[in-house]
Design a protein around this ligand. Structure first.
Ligand SMILES: *Cc1c(COP(=O)(O)O)cnc(C)c1O
Length: 393
């Protein structure tokens, strides 16, 4: 008889046949065994027809990628350890020294920071364009442009651009090019629920699954999706060479979040709009930024292009409200917690200074407050805002 350790390691256990259930099993492995050398030589993880190594995919991560491709209306998906890692993956897969990337002025801040530091150091330049002006994008495209980032709605200021018009600008610029410009949309706000970006002609999408897909504020993960075989291949190879992987338990947590994704999105959207309308009527408010509010930048585009909105709003105060008063308001909130990220169960508050984040002129008071609405009772949230409002003076 073999020794105890040997028997414990080479155990005969197999997942029971006939255990047909909805939840996906958490498959964990670095090593995947091959029965013989012929299998070693022929197995392919690239098309998900086989398993070769934990980093190249497991039944759990392949299932999650397949469901996210379905969510996005894409054909392919690769997972990354965070939303920001997914942005970096797109940049590194598509950009080479001498290329230029165009980034909208309202992009997620770390997307720009990556371009300013790492990409710049590798000889990749960037340029910022006004996402609300397709003519400005057209004028920003040059010989070296290789990638155009898009975001709808924008981070913090929540302008909703005419994405199909921006994509059309790139399509026209691509006529006659040997290396076409690729469009990549940060779909974290839309989450695969508010719109289908591939129907607008976008080439690549990324999502911070950290937000809605997880929904629990307990996972960091990102996804990059595409319908294009060649783009997917480029992304997949860079993904492999960078050694990007995600934990099996985290993948399972996102799989658990997906069935309730749309319900959560719609419920949080409704709460957020109720509060946005209430906030817009409060004293000391210059305006509330939320694409569903008439007068919010890009409201008309949002109405035409989207079915729903993420649970984010930004309050712009009257110019005579001192920044310290805004901070005191944030500190006085009790249910709204101070913290980064959004789309989890807990409502969050974050002050931002817009002029420090943007190139375009900002004609309002610099310090704004972004609120991310969670799943609490909306009347409790309204009362919390009302009691903290006194700090605004
Ligand atoms: C949060 C966020 C990201 C980054 O996601 P992480 O998982 O936190 O790295 C990217 N884009 C947008 C729009 C985000 O809100």
């Amino acid at each position: 008889m073999e020794g105890l350790s040997t028997r414990l390691i080479h155990h005969p256990y197999r997942a029971p046949d006939g255990f047909d259930a909805a939840p996906v099993a958490v498959h964990k492995a670095s090593t995947v065994f091959f029965p013989n050398v012929a299998a070693l030589r022929t197995r392919r993880w690239q098309d998900k027809s086989g398993y070769t190594y934990g980093l190249h995919g497991t039944p759990t991560t392949f299932t999650l990628e397949e469901r996210l491709a379905t969510l996005e209306g894409a054909r392919h998906c690769v997972l990354a350890p965070s939303g920001l890692a997914a942005i970096a993956l797109v940049d590194l897969a598509l950009l080479r020294a001498g290329d230029e990337v165009l980034i909208p002025d309202h992009a997620y801040g770390p997307n720009l920071a990556l371009a300013q530091h790492e990409l710049a150091g590798w000889g990749i330049t960037h340029r910022i364009y006004d996402p609300m002006d397709p003519a400005d994008l057209a004028a920003s495209i040059g010989e070296r442009t290789r990638l155009v980032w898009l975001e709808a709605a924008g981070s913090v200021t929540l302008e909703f651009p005419d994405v199909p018009a921006l994509v059309e600008v790139v399509r026209r610029a691509n006529a006659g090019r040997t290396r076409p410009i690729v469009t990549a949309l940060d779909d974290t706000w839309g989450a695969g629920v508010a719109y289908q970006p591939f129907d607008w002609g976008v080439d690549v999408t990324m999502q911070a699954l950290t937000k809605y897909a997880s929904g629990g504020a307990d996972v960091l993960m990102g996804a990059v999706c595409t319908r294009d075989e060649a783009l997917h291949h480029a992304l997949l190879m860079t993904h492999m060479r960078l050694g990007l992987g995600v934990g099996a338990n985290d993948a399972e947590a996102v799989l658990r979040g997906l069935p309730s994704l749309e319900l959560r999105y719609r419920a949080q959207d409704e709460r957020c709009r109720t509060l946005a309308q209430w906030l817009a009527r409060q004293p000391r408010v210059a305006r509330v930024l939320h694409p569903a509010l008439p007068g919010s930048p890009g409201h008309e585009h949002w109405r035409r292009l989207a079915r729903g909105a993420a649970a984010l709003l930004t309050v712009v105060f009257e110019p005579d409200v001192a920044p310290q008063r805004v901070d005191a308001f944030c500190d006085a909130l009790r249910l709204f917690r101070l913290g980064y990220s959004w789309a989890g169960p807990v409502s969050l508050c974050m002050p931002y200074d817009i002029p420090a984040m943007r190139q375009r002129p900002w004609p309002h008071a610099p310090r704004v407050v972004r609120l991310a609405i969670g799943l609490e009772d909306v009347e409790d949230l309204r009362q919390d805002l009302a009691q903290a409002w006194r700090k605004l003076g």
